[in-house]
Write a protein of this length. Structure first.
Length: 308
């Protein structure tokens, strides 16, 4: 039972997401204050407060790049999602949330500045199996595959950016790719699984196309890595250029087009985690990814897979 004084009034309501009973007691004649949110991290609140992504106006370079870049179809993959949190920062920053926002920012830049058709592997907090992410790109006959991740290290001092591509492939009809991937060194267990149980999409390409795909992936990784480090290191002392690396990530080995996986910062670094909480820093990361992709596309013939 709820008892109130004669000069007060109250209201009771049932609120969703999460479901809870809210009782508001106030003095008669008083202006009601904003409701106290007991669940500030609820899904409804998160949706309501979701950042509206505004694309900055194009620069002179952006205009020049658009004139040189053909119409493209790019798959943008935000790593992890749903139950798969990815890396968790010391202050609670979740990789899955971070990379989703960066991927959305990147997609809008590609669409507005290059006129690119962008396909997302996920646009919300859902987990998409790794092989399905590659299948999305293959079925769309995309020109490029871009996977966005954030890094982890047991050492809080570890910082920097790095970009991966893969050279794990076999000639058409070969079954060796699965075992190569499973035994590859320096493979991030958060983003890979063994693919030996089923044939992969790459076997549908000719041997020459496979070699060309790898070379284009390497060039794309080089361009993106150069842009990431060049952009983020300007006002970020101590940031390391960790270079481009080879790895057998499933999303790369099972996709039929040139692709990369970019580790945009270390969530495990207190310094990086603080910066990653800034909207401005996230926008810088998206801008750097965009310019790396655009500069590559402006100077590359690529392995054209998309249906025009």
């Amino acid at each position: 039972m709820l008892e109130t004084k004669a000069n007060s009034t109250f209201s009771v309501s049932l609120e969703p997401n999460p479901y809870r009973l809210v009782v508001e007691v106030r003095k008669i004649g008083a202006n009601p204050k904003g409701a106290v949110n007991l669940f500030p991290n609820s899904t409804a609140e998160a949706e309501k407060n979701k950042l509206a992504i505004v694309v900055p106006p194009p620069t002179k370079e952006d205009i020049q790049l658009r004139a040189r870049v053909p119409k493209m179809r790019i798959v943008v993959d935000a790593g992890h999602g749903g139950w798969d949190l990815g890396t968790v920062g010391r202050r609670g920053l979740l990789e899955k949330d971070l990379v989703l926002e960066i991927a959305q920012r990147l997609g809008k830049l590609l669409e507005s500045r290059l006129g690119t058709e962008v396909i997302y592997t996920r646009q919300d907090d859902n987990y998409i199996p790794l092989d399905e992410r590659a299948s999305i790109a293959n079925q769309a006959q995309a020109d490029l595959f871009i996977s966005v991740h954030a890094n982890y290290s047991d050492l809080p001092s570890a910082r920097g950016v790095e970009t991966y591509y893969t050279n794990f492939f076999s000639a058409p009809g070969s079954k060796e790719i699965g075992s190569k991937e499973a035994s590859a060194k320096d493979v991030d267990p958060r983003a890979t699984t063994a693919a030996a149980a089923k044939p992969v999409a790459l076997v549908t390409l000719s041997a020459s196309d496979l070699h060309e795909r790898i070379e284009q992936s390497r060039r794309l990784a080089t361009s993106v890595q150069h842009s990431l480090y060049g952009t983020l290191s300007v006002q970020n002392p101590g940031l390391r250029d960790r270079g481009i690396k080879e790895a057998g990530f499933v999303v790369l080995t099972e996709s039929a087009m040139p692709g990369i996986l970019a580790e945009v910062s270390f969530v495990s670094s207190p310094t990086d985690e603080q910066k990653l909480r800034s909207d401005g820093y996230r926008e810088q990361i998206a801008e750097a990814l965009y310019r790396g992709i655009a500069r590559y596309a402006a100077t590359s013939r690529g392995v054209k897979v998309a249906a025009k």
